[in-house]
Design a protein around this ligand. Structure first.
Ligand SMILES: Cc1cc2nc3c(=O)[nH]c(=O)nc-3n(C[C@H](O)[C@H](O)[C@H](O)COP(=O)(O)OP(=O)(O)OC[C@H]3O[C@@H](n4cnc5c(N)ncnc54)[C@H](O)[C@@H]3O)c2cc1C
Length: 291
């Protein structure tokens, strides 16, 4: 199919994009990488009257070290997230997860802001944002506000973005000195969306777990942050029994909703086994045994 007719506007500045969006009165949409919006337009699942192209706004593509946080512009492409030496060092979970998104061509075009705004329940970047407790700065012609990732995702493909707002920047907490990360994904074929994905960070000092953050994607309409439920496992020595206990807890907590394509108990088992793999990888990295 072909898209329904729409007006096309190539924004010359952020202010220009915001004023176009405001005057679109809910019938305008911004275009970033086009990797989700393009198919939605072609299938007429999205029929905006006006498309505001952000791709000339290079001021929206950046990765900045702000001390305790890494500030990332919404037009930053997935491949830039995957390859940035700064992110590898300071926010490696974001970098590692980005390497697993789709195929090479998609990573060249797809953007952080587009992925978060699209809010696919199985997408990597919403999962990382929720697991790390990122903050999203949203801007319109009338206001600017910051929303925690957990509150930004409302339901599948549905966010708290107002029709006249854009994601202006995203702040991810920087990894602490003793923290290591892992991102595990299971999909039907290489490059497909995840059936289930697990993101985690583990802080290890003197062979004791000092902190754990863990999120599961693909089991509910929005990414599940289980970190608060796992705090009872902090302070222990991370041996095989510890890994099994955490994985069992995650499997029990994941409790996926029924789905016509993939049985819930299959996805629940996956949440447990991917957690086991993720914890083992993060532990290896925390001990300095793996890259
Ligand atoms: C074959 C294929 C495989 C894929 N596999 C994966 C995968 O495995 N994992 C995964 O996570 N994704 C996957 N994707 C999707 C890809 O990551 C997209 O890049 C992403 O979902 C949307 O980003 P985009 O920049 O292309 O946004 P667009 O398609 O341009 O826009 C998507 C939505 O976000 C809105 N938007 C864009 N930027 C902003 C902003 N700054 N502020 C507010 N709203 C904004 C748009 O208006 C639109 O509603 C796949 C896509 C394809 C085509």
């Amino acid at each position: 199919m072909k898209p329904a007719a729409f007006d096309y506007w190539r924004a010359e500045s952020i202010e220009d994009a915001l004023s176009q969006l405001a005057s679109g009165e809910g019938e305008a949409k911004v275009l970033a990488g086009g990797q989700s919006l393009g198919p939605m337009l072609n299938m007429r699942l999205a029929t905006p009257q006006r498309l505001i192209d952000l791709n000339d706004l290079s001021e929206l593509a950046y990765i900045r070290d702000q001390g305790d946080t890494l500030e990332v512009g919404p037009l930053t492409r997935h491949h830039q997230l995957a390859q940035s030496p700064l992110l590898r060092r300071r926010c490696p979970l974001l970098s590692r997860a980005s390497q697993t998104i789709g195929h090479y061509a998609i990573r060249q075009r797809g953007t952080l802001g587009g992925s978060l705004a699209h809010a696919d329940p199985a997408a990597q970047l919403p999962l990382v944002a929720v697991t790390l407790g990122a903050g999203l700065e949203l801007q319109s012609a009338r206001s600017r506000r910051t929303v925690p990732a957990q509150e930004f995702f409302v339901s599948a493909m549905n966010t708290s973005l107002a029709p006249d707002e854009i994601i202006r920047s995203v702040r991810f907490p920087a990894a602490t000195e003793h923290e290591a990360e892992a991102f595990e994904i299971f999909s039907r074929r290489h490059g497909d969306f995840a059936i289930v994905a697990v993101a985690c960070t583990l802080a290890l000092r003197d062979e004791r777990v000092m902190g754990i953050r863990l999120g599961v994607g693909g089991v509910h309409a929005t990414p599940l942050n289980l970190s608060a439920h796992l705090q009872g496992f902090v302070g222990r020595q991370p041996n095989m029994a510890w890994i099994s206990d955490v994985a069992q807890a995650v499997q029990d907590l994941a409790n996926p909703a029924e789905d016509s394509r993939i049985p819930a108990d299959y996805r629940q088992d996956l949440a447990g086994s991917l957690t086991r793999q993720a914890l083992a990888s993060a532990l290896q990295r925390a001990r300095g045994d793996a890259g």
